[in-house]
Design a protein around this ligand. Structure first.
Ligand code: ADP
Ligand code: MG
Length: 684
C-alpha cells in the first residue's frame, strides 16, 4: 500500500508495535506527525574537513575510507564494554575513531568502505593524536545524499526507544508525502507577511541548507502556530457569544459599600464596573480577574455573587483548597447571610451532601462555595447565573467547562475567573485570547511592601532573633517547610521535622503545624487557632500557599527556598504584608550556592507581581507557568508566547479571516484545525 500522510506509523518501515508505543509518547501516531515533529536543535556538521585541517573542540564531518577496524572486549567496573576502534583515511591523513557497545558496527565496517563521521574533534591526552569518540556515522552509498553527516543535522526531542537518528530516517521517508499536503495559509496572508510555502518550510525545518534558510522556515512555522491559537480563541469567543445567559440587573453599589468594613480602591471600583456591565448582558461573561496576592479580589467576587443573589439566582464558587473554601464561605456569609451560603467539600457527610444537592435543584437563591468536589458530585443547579473560579490556574479547561455545564437549563452562567499569577500585559491576547481581562493594579491603602532577604546558611541566627522580636511584639509568622515532591507523606514528615526544630528554637511560642496528611477538620482547627491569634507561629507545607488571610502575620521563613518556583514563592510571601505592620520574608536556601539562584534574587528585589510573572515566564516558559493543558498552547513547538510582533499579526489575520467567513467554510483545513485541535487530521 502506498504511504499517505494519514498512514499509521505501523505501516512504515522499521516501525513495529513496540516502536509505535514509544513514538506515541512523542505524539507521533501517523506519518504526518513525523513532519510536524520539529527538531529541538541542530548540529552543524556541514563542514566536511580534510583530516589535516581538523581543529580540536569543533564539530566537523570527516569523509574517508575504513583503513582498519578492530574491537576488544573489556570491562568498565562490572560492566562488559565492547570497544570498536576504526582508522579512517582520507587524502590528507588518518583519524582514529572509537565507538562503545555498538555490536552491529563491526560487521559493517569492512576495510575500504566509504563512510562519514561527524562529531567533536578531540585530542588524545597521551598520544596527542586527534580522535573522535562515538561520532555520528553514515555509510556513503554514492548517491551524494546524506542524512546524518555533512550537513546541518536535526536533533529531535527523544524518548526511550526513539533516537534522533531514527527520527531523521523517518522524516526523510515522509518528506515526499508533503506533495500531498495542501497549503492552508491563504496566499494573500503569506504575501503580506513574506511567509514561505508550507512544503519549503517543513523541508527546511528538518534539513536546512544553511542558517538563513532555517530562519525563514521558522518564521513560517511560528506564524502558523500562533495563527491557529488565535483562530481557535476567536472561534471559541464567537461560539460563546451565541449562547444565552441571565442578564443581571445592576446592584445598588452604595448599599453594597455600606456592608464592607473598608473603602473600595479605585481599581476595585473599576473592575466592579466592568463586571457589572458584562453580567448585565444576556451573553455569558468570560472574564479573568488578575490581581496580585492581597490586592482584594475576594470583594470583587463578592460583588458579583451579591448581584446574582439579589436577583434570586444561584452562584457556584470554586476554590482550589478546602482551607480557602472554608475561609471564603465564611467571608461571603458575613455579607450574604449564613443561610444563603453553603460549603461543599469532599469531607462533608454524605447526608448533608445529598440535602445540599437537593437544595441546588430548587429555584431558591444560594451561593455554594466548594472545592473540586463540587464537580465530582455531578451537581445539577437550577437557576445558575454565575460561576466563580478562584486561582483559576489550578484548574483545567475541562473543569471550568464542567462548572458552566452544571446549569440545568440552556442558560450558561457568567464566568468570573481569578488569578494571582498575573500575566504580563502584552500576553493577554495570546494566553487567554477568548477572555476579557480585568486587572487590579492597586493594593489596598496602607500596605507596605514586604522586605525580603535571602539568608545564607551561616547567617540564620540574625534572622531568627529578628523573628523572635516580632513574635514578642505580638505579631505572628509562618514557616514554610521544604518542598518534597515525591509524596505527601514525606512532605508531612519534612514539615513535622521543621516543626520540631522551631519548638526548640522558640520554646515559649505557641506553634501550630499544617500539612496535607491532616484531616480537613484538623487543618481547619489549626487555621482557626492561627487566625484567632491562639497560635503565633504556623509551620506549614505548601498547603498554606493560597487563601490564609491573617493581617497580623508579619514574618515568614521559607526553608529550602530554592526548591520552589518563583510564582509559588510569591504566593507564600503574599500571606504576610496584609496588615498595617511592616512585614519581613526570609528565604533560607539549603546551601551557599543556592543563595545566588536567580528566582530568589528576583523575589528579593521586587514585590511587583507583574515583574515576577514576567521573570517566571522567562525562567520556566509559558507551558510550565500557565500549564500546557489549560490553554492548548502545548502545541507551540517553535513559536513563543513572548513573540509579541508575530502574535499581533496572527491576531489581525485571524480576525480578518473570521470577519469574512465566520464558519471558515472556505478554509476547510483551518476549520478542521480549530475544531479538532490536531493539525492535518483529515488529510489523506
Ligand atoms: P486576594 O486578592 O489575594 O484574594 P483578598 O481579597 O483576600 O486578596 O484581600 C486581602 C485582604 O485585603 C483582606 O483582608 C481584605 O479584607 C483586605 N482588603 C481588600 N480590599 C480592601 C480595601 N479596599 N481596603 C482595605 N483592605 C482591603
Ligand atoms: Mg484570594
Amino acid at each position: 500500500m502506498p504511504l499517505k500522510l494519514s498512514s499509521a506509523v505501523t505501516e512504515l518501515p522499521r516501525v513495529g508495535p513496540a516502536k509505535a508505543k514509544y513514538l506515541t509518547k512523542l505524539g507521533i501516531t501517523h506519518a504526518r506527525d513525523f513532519l510536524y515533529t520539529f527538531p529541538r536543535r541542530y548540529n552543524d556538521f556541514s563542514k566536511i574537513t580534510p583530516v589535516n585541517e581538523l581543529k580540536v573542540g569543533e564539530q566537523m564531518t570527516v569523509q574517508g575510507v575504513v583503513k582498519s577496524a578492530k574491537s576488544n572486549q573489556g570491562w568498565r567496573g562490572r560492566r562488559r564494554l565492547l570497544r570498536v576502534y576504526v582508522e579512517i583515511e582520507d587524502d590528507t591523513g588518518v583519524l582514529n575513531v572509537t565507538w562503545f557497545n555498538l555490536r552491529f558496527l563491526m560487521q559493517q565496517l569492512g576495510t575500504g568502505r566509504n563512510i562519514a563521521v561527524a562529531g567533536t574533534v578531540e585530542q588524545d591526552t597521551r598520544s596527542k593524536q586527534l580522535r573522535m569518540r562515538s561520532p555520528v556515522i553514515e555509510f556513503l552509498d554514492g548517491t551524494g545524499e546524506q542524512t546524518h553527516t555533512g550537513r546541518i543535522t536535526p536533533v529531535y526531542p527523544e524518548t526511550y526507544g526513539v533516537t534522533s537518528r531514527f527520527l531523521r530516517y523517518q522524516v526523510k521517508q515522509a518528506l515526499p508525502l508533503l506533495q500531498r499536503l495542501p497549503e492552508y495559509i491563504p496566499a494573500d496572508i503569506r504575501e503580506r507577511h513574506e511567509l514561505v510555502g508550507i512544503h519549503e518550510a517543513i523541508t527546511t525545518m528538518h534539513f536546512p541548507d544553511d542558517t538563513d534558510a532555517l530562519e525563514v522556515a521558522r518564521r513560517r512555522v511560528r506564524f502558523d502556530e500562533l495563527f491557529f491559537l488565535q483562530l481557535a480563541a476567536l472561534v471559541r469567543r464567537a461560539q460563546r457569544e451565541q449562547r444565552s445567559a441571565r442578564p443581571l440587573p445592576v446592584l445598588n453599589l452604595t448599599q453594597f459599600k455600606k456592608q464592607l468594613d473598608f473603602t473600595l480602591t479605585a481599581a476595585q471600583l473599576e473592575v466592579i464596573d466592568e463586571i457589572a456591565t458584562d453580567i448585565g448582558k444576556p451573553v455569558p461573561m468570560n472574564r479573568l480577574l488578575q490581581g496580585d496576592v492581597g490586592s482584594g479580589k475576594s470583594v470583587v467576587a463578592l460583588f458579583a455573587a451579591r448581584t446574582a443573589m439579589a436577583d434570586g439566582h444561584k452562584v457556584l464558587y470554586l476554590a482550589p483548597t478546602e482551607i480557602l473554601a472554608r475561609q471564603q464561605a465564611k467571608l461571603f456569609a458575613k455579607t450574604l447571610g449564613e443561610d444563603s451560603v453553603a460549603l461543599l467539600i469532599g469531607a462533608l457527610p454524605s447526608g448533608k451532601k445529598r440535602a445540599l444537592k437537593e437544595r441546588l435543584r430548587t429555584s431558591d437563591p444560594l451561593c455554594v462555595v466548594g472545592t473540586h468536589a463540587v464537580l465530582q458530585e455531578d451537581v445539577q443547579v437550577a437557576n445558575l447565573a454565575l460561576a466563580i473560579v478562584d486561582e483559576q490556574h489550578r484548574f483545567g479547561v475541562e473543569q471550568r467547562q464542567a462548572l458552566q455545564e452544571a446549569s440545568d437549563d440552556d442558560m450558561v452562567p457568567h464566568l468570573l475567573s481569578m488569578t494571582a499569577t498575573p500575566i504580563p500585559r502584552t500576553l493577554n491576547l495570546t494566553v487567554y485570547g477568548d477572555l476579557d481581562v480585568s486587572v487590579l493594579d492597586e493594593l489596598p491603602p496602607g500596605r507596605m511592601p514586604v522586605t525580603t532577604s535571602v539568608v545564607p546558611p551561616g547567617e540564620r541566627d540574625d534572622a531568627v532573633v529578628h523573628i523572635l522580636e516580632e513574635l514578642h511584639a505580638g505579631r505572628q509568622g509562618f514557616v514554610i517547610a521544604p518542598l518534597v515532591e515525591e509524596s505527601e507523606r514525606l512532605e508531612a514528615k519534612s514539615a513535622t521535622e521543621a516543626y520540631g526544630e522551631m519548638r526548640k528554637l522558640f520554646p515559649d511560642i505557641a506553634i501550630g503545624l499544617l500539612h496535607g496528611r491532616m484531616s480537613s477538620e484538623e487543618k481547619a482547627g489549626v487555621i482557626n487557632n492561627f487566625s484567632a491569634g491562639a497560635l503565633q507561629l504556623l509551620v506549614s507545607t505548601s498547603v498554606v500557599e493560597v487563601g490564609v488571610n491573617v493581617p497580623n502575620a508579619t514574618v515568614m521563613i521559607i526553608e529550602g527556598a530554592e526548591r520552589f518556583g518563583l510564582a509559588q514563592l510569591h504566593q507564600f510571601r503574599g500571606r504576610i504584608g496584609r496588615g498595617e505592620h511592616q512585614s519581613y520574608c526570609y528565604l533560607f536556601p539549603t546551601s551557599d550556592e543556592a543563595v545566588t539562584a536567580k528566582r530568589l534574587q528576583v523575589l528579593a528585589t521586587t514585590t511587583d507581581g507583574f515583574v515576577i510573572a514576567e521573570e517566571d515566564l522567562k525562567l520556566r516558559g509559558p507551558g510550565e507557568v500557565y500549564g500546557a493543558a489549560q490553554s492548548g498552547f502545548g502545541d507551540l513547538q517553535v513559536a513563543s508566547l513572548l513573540d509579541y510582533p508575530t502574535i499581533k499579526i496572527a491576531r489581525q489575520e485571524a480576525v480578518k479571516i473570521l470577519k469574512n467567513d465566520p464558519q471558515l467554510d472556505e478554509y476547510p483545513i483551518l476549520k478542521a484545525k480549530v475544531e479538532q485541535k490536531n493539525l492535518l487530521t483529515h488529510f489523506e
